[in-house]
Design a protein around this ligand. Structure first.
Ligand code: NAD
Length: 485
């Protein structure tokens, strides 16, 4: 028995499901077939008000608990997520179209890792004592208050947990607005958090498009906004948050370089390029879509890559053998097809892929372009689909300059067997999340986030604590107070 795709109601507020059918109707579509599998309503102003009121009230109750007690609840939620991994993964597959082969190892499990990690940290979040002669200062690490999380559609469960876990560990409350394309899984995260013991109002989910996100970001009672989305949305949300001087975390898009030197292990480098381009049908923000391959290896690399990409299994996403799913929506398919057409028109060589499958749903075979140059649209803009571009390079200095010639700075990878070169090159790449002889690993223990236009702040690791808490400094005078008059 897996979860029904139609949720009990659209929103989860103050510990219970809430419906308001006045909100715009949103169809939830299974990308593998194009069928409507659920419907939810966007939050009305009344629903948004209810969520904010509940969040403000819940936050006080939650913050008054000890860190240890909060941590225990989060750890229990992690355990429940893992116990229900199968059902949650099936739901995630229906919501996103990503193959079960992926969702069963990368979504609820990653969410559980975050809840477990921040649950473990919650008891050790402290201020410090600073002795100043007889006087002293102590700092208190305090929550920010009510935080808003806004998600993208590629990792709905993971994003709901990556934002919720550190926020809650620090004693904040959260209102999470999933992407309108994938509204289902965050409701399950909310249900599970409450079952684990999170008090009513501490983690709320409201549905809707950008306007609902905008209403939340613009509310003066909201202390912090964490967005996962595209750069254009990031600019709008950052500006709106700045008007209220709110704290922000921005996890935005990328056009990351993957640099493969001649001396790299060919099979490893090909695996790296596959993981950097075709996981989740290429709909991953940190993807290394500009694959720079050194001249001596390029031909062999492209041939072997095409051979291995040809073995991808495009089938029923719920079949564990399926290794490549459809795109998330008709809109995304259209965007990606537009980029493929531009690639061909601008002179890139289409090695393979780009065909629609003769079945319903948003299927597209994985694409490899060779002979791509830096100025082509496919090498400059984020496509967010299964389109890999191979760019040839000759020298180390040249590839560093070309790799950095972008407004983005989310990720970067290097494949080489030369130890010194690996570290030397990574040190010069302008990217927040980097890989050596690997790609797209995102363990919760490590900071994750971007430089330049790709983001502000970091998710995961101890670094996230800084983005969900603030320090209060308390000066304590032990002697007599002096004044000039
Ligand atoms: P998007 O920017 O279209 O939407 C993201 C979210 O923002 C959605 O929930 C949307 O409803 C909301 N939104 C839109 N306009 C808003 C506004 N004015 N105010 C408040 N909220 C608003 O992105 P998407 O298409 O859902 O996701 C794909 C993008 O997300 C890609 O650019 C990808 O790189 C990025 N992404 C980044 C990360 C990361 O961690 N850096 C992870 C996943 C996806």
């Amino acid at each position: 028995m897996t979860y029904p795709t139609q949720p009990e109601a659209s929103h989860f507020i103050d510990g219970v499901y809430v419906e308001d059918t006045d909100g715009a109707l949103i169809d939830v579509i299974y990308p593998a077939t194009g069928e409507v599998i659920a419907q939810v309503h966007a939050a009305t102003p009344a629903v948004i008000e209810q969520a904010i009121t509940a969040g403000l009230r819940g936050q006080k109750v939650w913050a008054a608990m000890t860190g240890r007690d909060r941590g225990r609840v989060l750890t229990k939620a992690a355990m429940l997520l893992r116990e229900r991994n199968h059902d949650l993964s099936v739901l995630e597959t229906m919501d996103t179209g990503k193959p079960y082969q992926e969702t069963s190892v990368a979504d609820a499990t990653s969410g559980a890792d975050a809840l477990e990690y921040f649950g473990g940290l919650a008891a050790s979040l402290t201020g410090e004592h600073i002795q100043l002669g007889e006087d002293w200062v102590y700092t208190r690490r305090e929550p920010l208050g009510l935080c808003v999380g806004i998600g993208a559609w590629n990792y709905p469960t993971q994003i709901a947990c990556w934002k919720g876990a550190p926020a809650l560990a620090c004693g904040n409350a959260m209102i999470f607005k999933p992407s309108e394309t994938t509204p289902l899984s965050a409701l399950k995260v909310a249900e599970i958090l409450h079952e684990a013991g999170v008090p009513a109002g501490v983690y709320n989910v409201v549905q809707g498009m950008g306007e609902v996100g905008g209403a939340l970001v613009g509310d003066p009672r909201v202390a912090k906004v964490s967005l996962t989305g595209s750069v254009p949305t990031g600019r709008k949300v950052y500006a709106a948050a700045a008007a209220g001087l709110k704290h922000v975390t921005m996890e935005l898009g990328g056009k990351s370089p993957l640099v493969i030197f001649d001396d790299a292990d060919l099979e490893d480098a090909v695996s790296g390029a596959i993981m950097a381009n075709f996981y989740s049908s290429g709909q991953v923000c940190s993807n290394g879509t500009r694959v720079f391959v050194q001249k001596g290896l390029r031909e062999r690399f492209v041939a072997r890559l095409a051979e291995r990409v040809g073995t991808a299994v495009l089938g029923d996403p719920l079949d564990p053998e399926t290794s490549f799913g459809p795109l998330v929506s008709a809109r995304q398919l259209e965007i990606v097809q537009g980029y493929i057409a531009k690639g061909v028109a601008e002179g890139a060589r289409l090695v393979c892929g780009g065909e629609r499958l003769d079945r319903p749903g948003y299927w597209l075979t994985p694409v490899i372009f060779d002979g791509v140059s830096d100025d082509m649209t496919i090498a400059r803009e984020e496509i967010f689909g299964p389109v890999l571009s191979v760019l040839e390079f000759e020298s180390e200095d040249e590839v560093i300059t070309r790799a950095n010639d972008t407004e983005f700075g989310l990720s970067a990878g290097v494949f080489t067997n030369d130890l010194r070169r690996a570290h030397r090159v990574i040190a010069q790449l302008d990217a927040g999340t980097c890989f050596i002889n690997s790609y797209n690993d995102a363990p919760v223990e490590a900071p994750f986030g971007g430089m330049k236009s790709s983001g502000v702040g970091r998710e995961n690791s101890r670094a996230a604590i800084e983005h969900y808490s603030q320090l209060k400094t308390v000066y304590v005078r032990m002697g007599k107070m002096e004044a000039p008059f």
